[in-house]
Unconditional design. Structure first.
Length: 125
């Protein structure tokens, strides 16, 4: 739950009375799913509020409406953020061999390979 609240590793370790390396060692799987934990916490909260709505609680109705509005705003923000100028495609990542080959071809200066000889061919004769 502390991950879902956005706490940093050091703060979580202090709350559990352990060191940050111990936290990482014993809770590494949970630490990888920080964002997922936030979603789980929010969904559980929404479920609890919904149970209040089913019991006809006025405060629960009001809170559930706030949750729906917040969710709709996040969805709209995500759709708007995806618009705009298209991003230029990234060049394909080269492997080690391709990188070395390109580096060898671009060698210049004292260590560059000699230029091929100029051939003078007169085909008019």
């Amino acid at each position: 739950m502390l991950l879902a609240l956005g706490w940093e590793n050091e703060r979580i370790a202090n709350a559990l009375s352990i060191t940050p390396p111990t936290l990482k060692k014993h809770y590494f799987r949970e630490m990888k799913f920080r964002d997922e934990m936030r979603d789980r916490l929010e969904s559980r909260y929404a479920m609890i509020v919904w149970m209040g709505v089913e019991e006809r609680s006025g405060a629960a109705f009001k809170e559930f409406r706030r949750i729906i509005d917040h969710s709709a705003a996040e969805n709209a923000d995500g759709r708007v953020r995806g618009r705009g100028a298209p991003k230029a495609p990234k060049p394909p990542k080269l492997g080690k061999k391709e990188e070395r080959k390109l580096a060898a071809e671009s060698v210049g200066g004292k260590f560059s390979p000699p230029a091929p000889p100029k051939l003078i061919v007169d085909n008019n004769r």
